[in-house]
Design a protein around this ligand. Structure first.
Ligand code: PGA
Length: 255
């Protein structure tokens, strides 16, 4: 417990993943913009749509409090990387944030911690805030290795030059993503403390200002309890963010 720590402004992130065509994506974004214009939320709101929708959503969110983010970026600024999107391209499309190292990319694209650190560095070079994802698998948790895995991922997935101003870390246990299962508050608190310790081991002294988000089966029902857990500075929301109403309820659960 560090009661003297400075307050950290919560970060509420919607990760639409590979969901949203032009019509329904615009409708969802417009509904969320409408909520944000008429209601209250104590945090910073970020929507990470598929890359195809970025320019269209930039227009929808212009003049609102909602920021745009990418779901991934390449380590290079440009070049022969068929199918990839660079951080500079995301910034050009209006993004202020980018998710890197999501477990779905670590699993299906073979992304290592070092590769994720390279992506974070690319994000920083483009002026983006990197939201770096870490989290243990079910087998690692069952083997009692969850905190060791999290600490190692934090230490190895961050580039030199990472600061609490250009980086947030999302703790997302792999087994909780899309499963409807979440860790208890004590496990979330322990994981977030380990994230902050891992940061401190690498960048001594600045961990108190770092925003550590929780992700994995966050819903409008459980968001209040999760956001109230010690050390939780926001949430990264997948499935529930596909409903503007549900995601806005999550934003409002942030006190
Ligand atoms: P979920 O996904 O909310 O659908 O569990 C979270 C994430 O993968 O970022």
């Amino acid at each position: 417990m560090q009661p003297e720590s400075p307050p950290r402004r919560p970060l509420l992130v919607a990760n639409w993943k590979m969901n949203g065509l032009h019509g329904d994506g615009l409708a969802r974004a417009s509904a969320l913009a409408h909520h944000a214009a008429s209601g209250d939320c104590a945090g910073d709101i970020v929507v990470c749509p598929p890359a195809t929708l970025l320019f269209a959503l930039r227009a929808v969110f212009a003049g609102t409090r909602i920021a745009l983010g990418g779901q991934d970026c390449h380590v290079s600024a440009e070049g022969a990387h068929t199918g990839d999107v660079s951080a500079a391209m995301l910034a050009d499309a209006g993004c202020a944030y980018v998710i890197v190292g999501h477990s779905e990319r670590r699993a299906s694209h073979g992304e290592s911690n070092a590769w994720v650190a390279g992506k974070s560095a690319a994000a920083h070079a483009a002026g983006l805030t990197a939201i770096v994802c870490v989290g243990e698998s079910a087998a690692e948790r069952d083997a009692g290795r969850a905190l060791a895995v999290i600490g190692r991922q934090v230490e190895d997935s961050l580039p030199a030059g990472a600061t609490p101003g250009n980086t947030a870390i999302a703790y997302e246990p792999v087994w909780a993503i899309g499963s409807g299962r979440t860790p208890g508050p004590a496990d979330i608190e322990a994981a977030h403390a380990e994230v902050r310790s891992g940061w401190e081991r690498q960048f001594s002294g600045s961990g108190a200002a770092l925003r550590v988000l929780y992700g994995g089966s966050v819903t409008a029902r459980n968001a209040g309890d999760i956001l109230d857990a010690p050390g939780v500075d926001g949430v990264l929301v997948g499935g529930a963010s596909l409903s503007a109403d549900a995601f806005w309820q999550i934003c409002q659960a942030c006190r």
